[in-house]
Unconditional design. Structure first.
Length: 680
């Protein structure tokens, strides 16, 4: 009864389209639940884009063919009624949940994302602020609304573009026009995939992460919608022969299953790879009504999920994020509970929110104005959260004292990171002989504040800090992650550092530190011709690289600092600033965060470097574990209860000074021809 009643609301109901929606949302949901075999489940978004391109184009074409005109007002009114009510319902639920449990840092970011989501530009916001697949994205409840932003931008552009081209061009030139648009979109994917280096440096800063650029922004996704649009103009010429449609259906279905199983987050996407799920979806749309395999997509469970698909898509990710925020557990039982909660809320949303507004059951003029006021209120609230430090008033007084910080929470890491404000010639200049050169990634630069305060400043030394390219700063190493031309970035970064070192005075100190273990996992090596060796990096490759670097820096002494222990995945500042710990059971007190369990694999890596330094005497090794760890645990706070880390792994200014102070005597002994007094 529920299904049949819904189907009858729309003429020419296409049941297989709802089945496709079900397949798309299931793959996305299972991908987000980290269920095995769904590593490429993110392609469900591409399926939705093709469906949207098909349905919107079909709607516009029918109206133009029937009335020789098109009502933009009616079109956008339908879109608003279709999308906005359920979105606002989920926004209110998520806003309430986040207000109760999120720390100010994450609540402030949520407020920003909600604000930009309402404005239909969340894809641009997340492009500027996050990689879809990075760890920090797991704490963004509205990250998934990037796809709504792309779709809504399609709604803004496509009706006018289609109206002008379809009504003005003859059939041949119209098809050519569509092919040109697809070609241009794919071409832009290739142009920007390595970071858009053809722009000026100021503009290139925004496009430097090519992977995020092509993933989030509409121009790079537009070909997916247009593939759906082309189906509209081709479907009347497609044969209805069952055998042919069976063939199309099976090809489309198994290609879609293949990409869901084989694609993963490491690939540049969409690029040309996006054609596979899009063409597969187009084949399923074309053949879905005439194939003998029709029931795969049109059985009752698939139709039911397809009808709920928009609400499922909206609510599933906030539930996953909030669940992970409240507990470290994410077992199969947890996943089953999340699925159950999602289906219950989605069913309510579909029946009592989506349908009520979409089909005008009670959408009277008065309630229209009430709804508009509600949207405005949520927009104002989201902006207020963003502009007012994530509502610090939600913290209890005890935790406010613990964190010793009353500034903008989202900038805590930026302000207290040990490398903030350090880049280039800190003291001295190109014409001054340098005493200390600090090189490495962000885990190298986080020692800058400690070196400056404990060694450089008290002894009037010249100090240089290299820009921290996220690579292994050793000869012949590159990085594998997509979106940036790392072969060029890593090679040029090291070359510039070597040029600075070559101008340093004799017996200067080169301090090298990085996030060694994590960089190893995403690195490769280059041969003499600059080609990747496709090699799994080991600690012995690192040791050989350090020895090679030692030979390149002449008389300068090489000091290598090992991995810091990190907090074992905890953001101490975030945990201390979660509100109402007694009510929700997820807050933390200071004593529970003082130490973290030692990470054995990281300690063993440091031990290998220490052994190598003692054996070959080509570099001096300093181990932060010697300073921070004892009896299986490592400190997260110094003796004055200052946080050693500014996030989960980077040293704060306190941690930087704490570790360098412990190594100060060893560092001072390496500098010759300087009258250095003991650093207190």
């Amino acid at each position: 009864m529920f299904l049949s009643k819904t189907k009858n609301k729309t003429k020419n109901y296409l049941a297989h389209i709802d089945g496709l929606r079900a397949l798309a949302v299931i793959t996305i949901f299972f991908h987000h639940l980290n269920i095995k075999y769904f590593s490429g489940g993110f392609v469900g978004v591409d399926v939705f884009f093709v469906i949207s391109g098909y349905l919107i184009t079909k709607l516009i074409k029918i109206e133009i063919d029937t009335y020789a005109s098109f009502s933009f007002r009616n079109f956008y009114a339908r879109r608003v009624k279709r999308l906005l009510p359920a979105f606002m319902f989920v926004s209110i639920l998520t806003l309430t949940g986040c207000a109760l449990i999120f720390s100010p840092t994450h609540f402030e970011m949520f407020g920003e994302s909600l604000f930009f989501s309402i404005l239909s530009v969340s894809n641009i916001y997340f492009w500027l602020n996050a990689d879809y697949f990075d760890i920090s994205s797991q704490l963004k409840p509205f990250l998934h609304t990037w796809s709504l932003g792309v779709e809504e931008q399609f709604y803004m552009v496509w009706p006018l573009l289609l109206l002008l081209s379809y009504s003005k061009l003859n059939k041949y030139f119209f098809y050519v026009f569509l092919i040109v648009l697809i070609t241009l979109s794919v071409y832009l994917n290739f142009m920007f995939s390595d970071g858009g280096e053809f722009f000026s440096s100021d503009i290139n800063e925004y496009f430097s992460d090519g992977k995020s650029t092509i993933f989030y922004l509409f121009p790079f996704r537009s070909y997916e919608f247009i593939i759906g649009a082309i189906v509209v103009f081709c479907e009347k010429n497609i044969t209805k022969k069952v055998v042919v449609n069976d063939f199309f259906f099976l090809i489309g279905f198994f290609v879609l299953i293949y990409v869901i199983y084989t694609f993963d987050e490491k690939m540049l996407y969409p690029m040309y790879a996006g054609f596979l799920p899009c063409i597969a979806t187009a084949l399923l749309i074309i053949s879905g009504r005439y194939t003998r395999f029709y029931n795969i997509l049109t059985n009752s469970p698939m139709i039911f999920i397809g009808l709920l698909s928009y609400s499922i898509y909206l609510i599933h990710w906030p539930i996953i994020v909030l669940w992970k925020y409240l507990t470290t557990s994410f077992s199969n039982i947890d996943k089953m509970i999340i699925v159950t909660i999602t289906l219950l809320i989605s069913t309510f949303s579909y029946c009592f929110v989506e349908n009520k507004f979409r089909y005008n059951y009670f959408f009277t003029l008065t309630k229209k104005y009430t709804f508009v006021v509600l949207v405005i209120c949520i927009t104002i609230i989201s902006a207020h959260i963003s502009l007012n430090n994530g509502w610090l008033w939600r913290l209890n007084d005890e935790n406010k004292i613990m964190v010793k910080y009353s500034g903008t929470p989202s900038e805590f890491h930026r302000e207290f990171y040990g490398g903030t404000g350090y880049s280039g010639y800190i003291t001295g200049n190109k014409n001054s002989p340098l005493d200390i050169i600090l090189i490495g990634d962000s885990h190298g630069r986080h020692y800058a504040d400690g070196l400056y305060n404990k060694i450089v400043l008290p002894n009037t030394l010249n100090f240089y800090v290299s820009p921290c390219a996220s690579c292994i700063h050793l000869p012949g190493f590159t990085r594998l992650t997509k979106g940036i031309n790392w072969d060029k970035v890593c090679t040029e970064s090291l070359q510039k550092e070597l040029e600075v070192i070559s101008r340093a005075k004799n017996n200067s100190i080169v301090v090298l530190s990085q996030s060694w273990v994590s960089q190893m996992l995403r690195s490769d090596m280059l041969d003499s011709n600059g080609r990747k060796l496709d090699k799994k990096i080991t600690v012995y490759d690192i040791i050989n690289g350090i020895n090679h670097l030692s030979g390149l820096i002449g008389s300068s002494k090489l000091v290598v600092i090992g991995n810091v222990p990190t907090t074992n995945g905890m953001n101490v500042y975030d945990l201390l600033t979660r509100p109402n710990p007694l009510i929700f059971g997820h807050g933390y007190n200071l004593s529970s965060l003082l130490k973290s369990k030692i990470k054995t694999e990281v300690k063993e890596f440091n031990s290998k470097l220490k052994e190598a330094s003692l054996k070959n005497n080509k570099f001096i090794f300093l181990d932060p574990f010697d300073v921070l760890c004892n009896k299986g645990y490592c400190k997260n706070f110094d003796s004055e209860k200052n946080m050693i880390y500014s996030d989960k792994s980077h040293l704060s200014i306190y941690g930087s000074n704490y570790i360098i102070d412990a190594f100060s005597n060893q560092l001072k002994s390496l500098i010759v021809n300087k009258n250095i007094s003991k650093v207190e």
